[in-house]
Ligand binder design. Structure first.
Ligand SMILES: [Zn+2]
Length: 42
């Protein structure tokens, strides 16, 4: 049975920030694994 890419991604667990472990909404800049707050820290 074929699974559409959209269904595949919906089944993935929610992204969590690698720094604070807070669940994140999917964002346009999906290359980052940190939330907006943590990713701004340089
Ligand atoms: Zn964070």
């Amino acid at each position: 049975m074929l699974i559409s890419p959209m269904q595949f991604f919906r089944n993935l667990p929610k992204k969590k920030c690698a720094a604070c472990k807070k669940e994140m909404e999917e964002q346009a800049d999906c290359y980052t694994n940190k939330c907006e707050k943590c990713s701004t820290i340089i």
